[in-house]
Design a binder for this molecule. Structure first.
Ligand code: AR6
Length: 176
């Protein structure tokens, strides 16, 4: 499913974040120390190789809502944006911190000249953010940022299961 707002197209697809060879930047659901972990961070660091952690670690630690950018190393993407989502029920206010992840990630990708960005559903795995709520924050934030983007023309949400895909498609049709 895809929708266009001005010059920016947003789409939701089922897939793996490490398999998005046609986008310039992929976003990592990172940990504060910017190293390998489980979920998305595990998959991204495995696919990218040890050079990614070597470049990223000196940029950390980061706080919830913050993001940093590195090269893609062994990934088929020019950039990895590492965003730290809030732990649900712990890092508050969750919605503001999650929105900041999406806003800061888009700004970094845009400033570095990326024309396309792929996001996973940040915070909805190990960090426990309910996916319906998170999807509303994610798509609402992208809709709010779309007009200010100079380079980014495609934002893709890469979801790992049907339920997550449906939640993001609903949020996409509400936000756009
Ligand atoms: N591609 C796309 N989505 C994925 C993939 C993948 N390869 N793998 C998992 N997901 P999570 P968080 C989905 O836990 O909640 C790490 O250990 C997953 O089903 O990766 O922000 C870090 O080191 C879920 O819907 O991120 C941090 O400590 C979503 O991506 C912590 O987990 C996010 O799940 C971050 O937790």
């Amino acid at each position: 499913m895809r929708r266009t707002l001005g010059t920016v197209t947003v789409e939701c697809v089922l897939g793996d974040i490490t398999d998005q060879g046609d986008v310039d930047a992929v976003v990592n659901a990172a940990n504060a120390r910017l190293g390998p972990g489980g979920g998305v961070a595990g998959a991204i660091h495995r696919a990218a190789g040890p050079g990614l952690a070597a470049e990223a670690r000196p940029l950390g630690p980061i706080r919830p809502g913050e993001a940093v950018i590195t090269g893609g190393h062994g990934l088929p993407n020019r950039f990895v944006v590492h965003a730290l989502g809030p732990v649900y029920g712990q890092d508050r206010p969750e919605a503001e911190l999650l929105a900041a992840c999406y806003r800061n990630s888009l700004t970094l990708a845009d400033e570095n000249g990326a024309g396309s960005v792929a996001f996973p559903a940040i915070s909805t795995g190990i960090f426990g953010y309910p996916v319906e709520e998170a999807a509303g924050v994610a798509l609402g934030t992208v809709a709010g940022e779309a007009k200010g983007l100079r380079n980014v023309r495609l934002v893709r949400f890469v979801l790992f299961g049907e339920r997550d895909l449906e939640a993001h498609e609903r949020a996409l049709s509400e936000a756009f």
